[in-house]
Structures are given as structure tokens and as C-alpha cells.
Design a protein around this ligand. Structure first.
Ligand SMILES: [Zn+2]
Length: 70
């Protein structure tokens, strides 16, 4: 293996094996450093959910708590 970085499709959590098939759909900032690019297959770019996964986890917990309280 030399060069060629594999990216993960955000929409499907699958590897983008063909660089020509991947597009950058977002750029996320890291806590330190320059952050990273978010990739998806060209065909899946519209499916990418750009909600922050940490935020989604918190919201899911809140929704679950609300559901349990009713
Ligand atoms: Zn994909």
C-alpha cells in the first residue's frame, strides 16, 4: 500500500474504495488540530445526515427519557 487514503461513506458507513466515487460533503472541526473532511459516495451524498453524532446521542437519550415518563 502506498498513498491513497480510504475514506468512509458517512451515509452508509462503508468504505469508498474508488476515490473517483467519493465527494466531500462537510468539514468537521476537531477539538484540536484542523479537523477532518466528511466523505460520502457521490450517490449517497444526499443521504448524509449532518447532525453531530454526539448531539444525536444526547437527543436520543432525552427522547427516550420523555417516552419513558409518559
Ligand atoms: Zn456510500
Amino acid at each position: 500500500m502506498s498513498g491513497g487514503t480510504l475514506h468512509v461513506c458517512r451515509a452508509r458507513d462503508s468504505l469508498i474504495t474508488d476515490p473517483e466515487d467519493g465527494v466531500i460533503v462537510a468539514h468537521e472541526l476537531g477539538n484540536s488540530g484542523p479537523g477532518w473532511d466528511v466523505w460520502a459516495h457521490r450517490d449517497h451524498a444526499d443521504d448524509v445526515d449532518l447532525i453531530d453524532p454526539d448531539l444525536l446521542r444526547i437527543m436520543t437519550r432525552i427522547w427516550a427519557a420523555k417516552a419513558a415518563a409518559t
